[in-house]
Design a protein around this ligand. Structure first.
Ligand code: NAG
Ligand code: NAG
Ligand code: NAG
Ligand code: NAG
Ligand code: NAG
Ligand code: NAG
Ligand code: NAG
Length: 919
């Protein structure tokens, strides 16, 4: 606990050293003038910061004709050795950024050869920088989703000359235009961002583009770049405003110019850096000519060799719904060559030739996982954050290892050697070192380490341990003798005491323990050995006990919890009790002869009841045809009585008398989530965003337990807001589980008749009739969208023409970056980041294919991240009354006002339902 806190302190201290990205001009902009001495603001309004507090390396003045910008008057350069040199920059986790590195050589070292070296993003090789002209700026850009609080950008592997850098720029995005389903595993490496018909050769950037992307002019002709221009290509422009609809679309200035193919064709050839490969490619169109009513402009994209891409006809006016509005067809994932020749050709029924305003092509660059030992070794370096060796930055092994580390060459490398001799280390030997599984050599000699020698059993490959010339105390641990590969152990000149364990003396080993005055040769035998034997017998007995109890549990409980270790407080009773059998008269009395109906669902009507002991219950009178027979009913009851989780409505017992099938549950005082979102209650006591997140978190945990905590796992099959109930404290529990078929053990799906509720029904399940847990994920995605928007899953009026379905509607908004358009107007206090998080996850949940959807576990993580963001935001404005209402939201519901009558659209499929509309 104590060390954890210290670690945390050190971590936060080291974070303080990381430069703060927030500056006055734009939130999330950082412009580093590498090698520069002063901070300054340039004529664009960008605030440049000198990097001299951040990194080692030398600086040099350069002078390049025609380049007067201050940031290009100096460079920072590094030795051409085997090390890497890293910038560590602070970012906001789960936020998208653009990072740009530029290089203007300017002959800074008067070398005969031009430099060639690598740049990496953390462990991922980003690009090889090849300088071929002293006066031309090389530039690399990457769009990424931040996964943690910092990123590191490193230079290494100079094959000629010395690595150097001129600027490093970080630009935070606001919206989600670059969101894609691959971004957890891939970066987008920018290959081309072209402004067609540009009026000057200088790229359009900040402040025209609020995110400072560089829109390159199409008239800058480089070798093999934008060549093969078709005859009849004309440049046009307008002064009229253009509706680009969102900030992250190309800026208006870019859209106000275009090229048109007067002879019916536009053709270009360009080199795509980084390709061949898979990429993200979008064209941007806006009609900026005032066409006469008889004119049409229709054309096709033609990529030689890919006829299937040429099918769609581009009709800007139709798609953008008018002139001067943006239309952006594109490909989220397209395979492209290095030399791209493309054509836009008019269709035969079009009167005008094609038009093109802008284009963006990015390559998917796979993120490297980094070395296995990254997190462990971070615990070591953060404890020595003052030391140069601990500040090398980036991954310990990739793309090249730190100067004091050696790694193996596995695809995901591990550390094999650590050499920290004579580095002024103090304190105890860092315990993280004893967990480096592949470690072969450890050099910690010539330091001031104190405390005792730890147990190195976690490093079974250790061959050499150098601990000499420190101030280590205590005994020489006998566990060292059990290291199977240990060949050399140096502990001389410490203050060790006790006896050298006989195991070490007997081993074929170079062992030097001289200079430890209190350490004596000769292992202690007899007495100590007995203790060891004794304790191992004890352990064995314990083991046997554990095994038998597991077997007993297995026997007695078919649906044993698989992961009870991880769910200590949520799993009560371990499923051993049998279901309680109520008598009908008992229940008639409790419900006052089924007087108060509090709800109805697919399987029957629910009544309020109160037992003699005062306990409130919900009594579900099942419709006659719910179960085929007595046996099926008892099976379900047996199952229900074994599922216990704090986020699942507690099953209390059953009754089967007089032809009635009855299930008894705990009573949930605050009714269903549905009533709170849409019922008459919403106006006065609408639930806040944080509360909605907490409800989502609760429900998701319940579902995840059904999926992974039960053996065999259970698929709910009918998740919806009316099946999420709220207790006195507004904690959510999932109900109506287990009434559906169990998932078959081992099989990934079960086939059975389609059941579910319109609007929540997984389209893949509907089509294939193959049920998997991802069908529940789909339904949960719909619930998340309802929580964001306060809209019901299906509506004939709320989603505009031709759209009845929340999924279709929300997708359209979210994918075009317009989240405001779907946020529940009754929500006022929320952090847009957390909203985005949930919206993006919800969209992943409702992907058409189950395999693309996340697991419930991933969904929970995202919800919890969002909650953390909200709590952080709330903590920042301490004492606000809003904070109080958020966390103690307590709703008193007049039960009499509840009528959950059968407005449920429940269906037990027949051929008549319309196909669910998923895009
Ligand atoms: C430049 O700005 C940074 C961050 O704002 C600051 O830490 C640094 O001291 C400044 N350097 C100079 C030379 O003013
Ligand atoms: C760069 O030029 C400035 C002013 O001309 C000078 O003061 C500085 O010493 C030079 N720096 C290097 C590294 O040559
Ligand atoms: C530098 O400027 C001169 C005159 O303004 C121009 O003729 C020349 O092409 C420019 N050179 C470069 C490399 O831009
Ligand atoms: C260094 O660069 C050379 C040539 O660019 C390349 O062949 C080599 O694999 C690189 N080494 C590392 C460790 O990345
Ligand atoms: C970023 O988003 C916030 C909230 O939606 C908005 O107020 C702000 O104007 C946006 N900034 C830019 C540059 O688009
Ligand atoms: C260790 O500390 C001493 C005294 O503070 C200092 O002189 C020496 O340079 C340090 N050595 C290293 C490798 O940091
Ligand atoms: C053990 O270490 C001491 C001190 O470093 C050295 O003088 C001695 O020669 C070493 N003994 C052996 C057997 O290597």
């Amino acid at each position: 606990m104590g060390t954890l806190r210290v670690l945390f302190l050190l971590l936060s201290l080291s974070l303080l050293l990381v430069i703060n990205v927030t500056t006055a001009q734009m939130p999330g902009f950082l412009s580093l003038d590498c090698g520069g001495n002063n901070n300054f603001t340039d004529e664009l309004g960008l605030e440049w910061t000198s990097d001299n507090q951040m990194i080692r390396g030398e600086t040099a003045n350069i002078s390049v004709a025609n380049e007067t910008r201050m940031q290009y008057t100096m460079v920072r350069y590094f030795p051409a050795d085997n090390n890497k040199y890293c910038y560590t920059l602070g970012v906001i986790s789960r936020t998208r950024y653009l990072v740009r590195a530029t290089f203007l050589y300017g002959d800074f070292d008067n070398n005969e050869v031009y430099p060639k070296f690598d740049i990496s993003f953390g462990p991922t090789h980003w690009a090889t920088i090849v300088i071929s002209d002293a006066n031309t700026i090389e530039s690399q850009e990457l769009i990424f989703l931040a996964m943690g609080p910092t990123i590191s950008i490193c230079l290494s592997n100079a094959t000629t000359g010395q690595p150097f850098i001129s600027t490093l720029e970080l630009r935070q995005f606001n919206d989600s235009v670059y969101m894609n389903q691959f971004e957890n595993e891939f970066f987008l490496s920018v290959s081309a961002r072209i402004n067609f018909g540009a009026e000057s050769n200088t790229p359009v950037r900040y402040p025209d583009d609020p995110f400072d992307r560089l829109w390159e002019s199409d008239s800058v002709k480089k070798a093999n770049y934008l060549v093969d221009v078709a005859p009849g290509t004309e440049r046009i422009s307008t002064d009229k405003p253009i509706d680009v609809s969102s900030n992250e679309r190309p800026p208006q200035k870019v859209m106000q110019t275009a090229v048109v193919g007067r002879n019916g064709s536009l053709t270009y050839r360009l080199n795509l850096d980084g390709f061949p490969g898979f990429g993200w490619a979008f064209s941007y169109f806006a009609e900026i000519e005032d066409l006469s009513s008889s004119d049409t402009r229709k054309f096709r994209f033609v990529l030689p060799g890919s006829p299937e891409l040429s099918k769609a006809v581009v009709n800007i006016q139709e798609n953008a719904q008018g002139n001067y509005r943006l239309y952006e067809p594109g490909f989220n994932n397209i395979s492209l060559p290095f030399v791209l020749s493309f054509r836009f050709g008019k269709t035969s029924d079009s009167t005008m030739g094609p038009l093109l305003n802008a284009m963006e092509i990015n390559k998917y660059l796979r993120r490297s996982d980094g070395s296995v030992d990254g997190p462990l070794i971070a615990a070591v370096t953060s404890a020595y954050s003052w030391a140069g060796w601990a500040k090398e930055g980036g991954d310990p092994c990739l793309p090249v290892p730190w100067s004091w580390v050696q790694c193996n060459s596995d695809p995901q490398p591990s550390i094999v050697s650590i050499k920290l001799s004579g580095k002024n280390l103090t304190g105890e030997i860092p315990s993280a070192l004893t967990k480096l599984n592949s470690l072969v050599e450890l050099w910690l000699d010539e330091n001031s380490l104190s405390g005792s020698i730890p147990d190195f059993s976690g490093c079974p490959n250790l061959k050499k341990i150098h601990l000499e010339n420190n101030q280590l105390t205590g005994e020489l641990p006998s566990s060292l003798a059990n290291l199977p590969n240990l060949k050399e152990l140096y502990v001389q000149n410490n203050v060790l005491s006790g006896r050298v364990p006989s195991g070490l003396l007997d081993k074929d080993l170079i062992l030097n323990y001289t200079g430890n005055i209190n350490l004596q040769k000769g292992g202690s035998r007899g007495h100590r050995k007995k203790i060891i034997i004794g304790s191992s017998v004890g352990a064995a007995v314990l083991l046997i006990v554990t095994i038998t109890s597991c077997i007993l549990l297995r026997k007695g409980n078919k649906y044993r919890p698989k992961r009870d270790k991880h769910l200590p407080s949520s799993f009560d009773g371990a499923g051993t009790e049998a279901a309680h059998c109520f008598t009908l008269s008992e229940l008639e009395e409790a419900t006052n002869n089924f007087e108060r109906k509090v709800g109805s669902g697919g399987f029957g009507v629910v009544y309020y009841g109160k037992l003699k002991d005062g306990k409130e219950i919900a009594v579900k009178l099942l419709t006659n045809d719910s179960f085929q027979g007595k046996r099926e009913f008892s099976n379900e009851v047996a199952l229900l009585s074994r599922i216990h989780h704090r986020n699942l409505v507690h099953f209390l017992g059953y009754c089967q008398e007089d032809g009635k099938d009855i299930l008894v549950y705990e009573f949930m005082h605050n009714g269903t989530l549905k009533e709170h979102l849409y019922g008459p209650l919403t106006r006065e006591r609408g639930i806040s965003w944080i509360k909605r997140l907490e409800i989502a978190d609760d429900a998701a945990k319940g579902i995840e337990y059904l999926h992974t905590g039960c053996v065999p796992s259970i698929i709910h099959r009918d998740l919806k807001t009316s099946n999420i109930l709220l207790d006195k404290n507004m904690r959510a529990k999932v109900s109506d589980f287990g009434l559906s078929k169990l998932a078959l053990d081992g099989a990934s799906h079960v086939s059975s008749i389609v059941r579910g509720t319109v609007g929540y029904l997984d389209p893949e399940y509907y089509i294939s009739q193959q049920l998997t847990d991802k069908s529940d994920v789909y339904s949960f995605g719909v619930i998340l969208l309802e929580l964001i928007s306060g809209q019901e899953a299906i509506s004939n009026v709320n989603f505009g023409v031709n759209c009845r379905n929340i999924v279709q509607w929300a997708k359209l908004h979210i994918e075009s970056g317009d989240i405001q358009g779907i946020i529940d107007p009754t929500l006022h206090e929320y952090d847009i980041q957390s909203m985005w998080k949930i919206a993006e996850k919800a969209i992943m949940c409702v992907q058409p294919h189950g395999s693309m959807r996340p697991s419930m576990c991933e969904v929970i993580k995202e919800i919890q991240d969002a909650i953390a963001i909200e709590r952080g935001a709330a903590a920042n404005k301490q004492g606000s009354s809003d904070e109080i209402s958020r966390h103690s939201a307590h709703f008193s519901l007049n039960m009499a006002s509840l009528d959950l009558s059968a407005s449920e659209h429940y269906l037990s499929i027949d051929d008549s339902i319309t196909q669910p509309a998923a895009r």
